[in-house]
Design a protein around this ligand. Structure first.
Ligand SMILES: [Mg+2]
Length: 321
């Protein structure tokens, strides 16, 4: 297959088709109609095989995750996803691989109503870059910079479950059989919290998606908001799978493992009631895990109210291995 046949066969003219795509794949650039009175939110993220996805990961999962992590970034901004681009670097063009990859990618695209509008394919080590665009009313985007002392800190869903997958795959962690599939699903196919992000517009004072671990990502919010925080370990939500290995892992995986793609946000206490009304439409539960404080730094309290020092701080893309 040459590049053009490959694009046509697997990526051009796929569902869904949005009326705001004036010209999609097939010209020098896409032409897109941003709705009147909306700002465009743009996010882009790269997955590299062997770094972000383990070598040998099934292609459908890679397709899903490449789009999901970008939609998660849009969700964290409170943006409504619309379009995406795909830059695919492949060691070789294999029909079976591409078919599975495209299925994982487009199943999620269809579920979220987003359309592929362009991209590029090149030859090299497996690398997938997606760029995703969405809409947000002016002034309503959720940023990392709005947290204020007294705001409560919340997370959606559970923490650390995706972080069980790699040690499990490496044979370093033994999980009961009945939880293994769900843990792998969490890791390979995170579900972007788009609906939740939209519901948080006008409510959350700051928001971020948890891609590199709670400590790292909450740390970005604290830094950009110019505040500090206290979190209580007894409030951290973990899954039943995590409970079974808690004695081996303690809290550190929930605090510092990446790939959860849940939302972490802050909320002024006066909006508590409104949040509970909005949360009725959320996929999972919400947990109140701590509070924003004026004093800089993050204070972690254990179940007995003593300061807790984690062994890991979160995923750092440039840390020495
Ligand atoms: Mg993010």
């Amino acid at each position: 297959l040459n590049e053009f046949e490959l694009i046509r066969r697997y990526f051009a003219r796929r569902d869904p088709v949005r009326p705001d795509v004036i010209l999609g794949i097939g010209d020098d650039a896409a032409l897109l109609e941003v709705p009147a009175g909306r700002q465009l939110a743009l996010a882009t993220d790269t997955l590299v095989e062997g770094i972000h996805v383990p070598a040998g990961t099934d292609p459908a999962s890679i397709g899903h995750k490449a789009l999901a992590v970008n939609l998660s970034d849009l969700a964290a901004m409170g943006a409504e996803p619309a379009w995406f681009t795909l830059n695919l670097t492949l060691p070789r063009a294999e029909a079976a691989w591409l078919e599975d990859f495209a299925r994982g990618l487009f199943d999620l695209a269809r579920a979220q109503g987003v359309q592929l509008v362009g991209g590029d394919t090149t030859h090299g080590p497996l690398t997938v870059t997606v760029g995703a665009c969405g809409f947000v009313p002016p002034g309503q985007a959720l940023t990392r910079a709005g947290a204020r002392p007294g705001d409560r800190i919340y997370v959606s869903g559970v923490l650390g479950e995706a972080g069980l997958a790699l040690p499990m795959l490496r044979g370093q962690l033994e999980l009961p059989e009945e939880y293994q599939a769900a843990v792998l699903e969490r890791f390979h196919r995170p579900w972007p919290r788009v609906r939740e992000g939209l519901a948080l517009r006008g409510l959350a004072s700051a928001c971020i998606d948890i891609s590199d671990g709670l400590l790292a990502d909450l740390g970005h919010v604290l830094e950009q908001s110019g505040v500090g925080a206290r979190i209580d370990l007894s409030r951290l939500p973990v899954s039943p799978a995590y409970d079974t290995v808690f004695s081996a892992l303690g809290w550190d995986t929930a605090l510092a493992a990446g790939d959860d793609y849940e939302l972490c946000f802050t909320l002024p206490p006066a909006r508590e009631q409104a949040l509970h009304r909005a949360a009725a439409g959320f996929a999972g539960s919400l947990s109140w895990i701590g509070e924003i404080e004026a004093e800089a730094g993050l204070r972690i309290m254990d179940e007995a109210g003593r300061p807790y020092r984690p062994a890991r701080r979160g995923y750092d893309h440039f840390a020495a291995d």
